[in-house]
Design a protein around this ligand. Sequence first.
Ligand SMILES: C[S@@+](CC[C@H](N)C(=O)[O-])C[C@H]1O[C@@H](n2cnc3c(N)ncnc32)[C@H](O)[C@@H]1O
Length: 204
Amino acid sequence: MRQDALETVLPQTEIRDLTKALNFPFKPEALWLEIGFGNGDSLAAWHREHPRIGFIGCEPFINGVAHLCKLVADDDLSNLRIWRDIAQPLLAAIPDGVFERIYILNSDPWPKKKHHRRRVIQQDTLDALWRVMRAGGSLIVTTDHQSLAEWTIEQTLRHGKFEWTAKSQADWQTPPEGWLPTRYEGKGATAGRQQSYLIFRKPV
Ligand SMILES: C[S@@+](CC[C@H](N)C(=O)[O-])C[C@H]1O[C@@H](n2cnc3c(N)ncnc32)[C@H](O)[C@@H]1O
């Protein structure tokens, strides 16, 4: 079943040529990117809810891609494009100032200090994210891992160009309105871990 979905969905959605990553068959009102979509539950729901937005999802884990394909197999796929790899080469190929939103939800925490270099949020990735975001756009990073939350805040503030939108603890402990918890967010909640919702803006 998953194999069938891969075979029908990927030919319509997969980004094969990075120079054509933003080639949607219509002019989207805005572009949203999700990095590390895992099982793709959020991406599947968003693309249905917002048919005029162009979505790009990137995920190197083939079972996750297959799961997303299964979820969207019966949908109109014109607003969805999938990059089956890590985000960095995709980001490098994207022109400046295009994404209105970028989501990085519950990325791998890499808790050991010697593995921190593997975390998605790094200064060079922040440079790339900054470049591809439009002014006024949002970078939405969530995690249930306290050390990764602290790392994300430190790295982003050190980068110096993003504005952290939180004004109080409640702002980063409360999900934005209409939020869909991800699979990993659900696992963290079951284990009693506090989820952080960190929203950074590229100033206008
Ligand atoms: C812990 S899972 C979270 C999945 C999903 N976002 C969720 O919250 O349920 C992290 C995902 O990020 C993906 N990933 C890791 N490094 C990545 C990178 N550099 N670019 C894109 N995805 C990445 C992994 O394959 C994995 O599926």
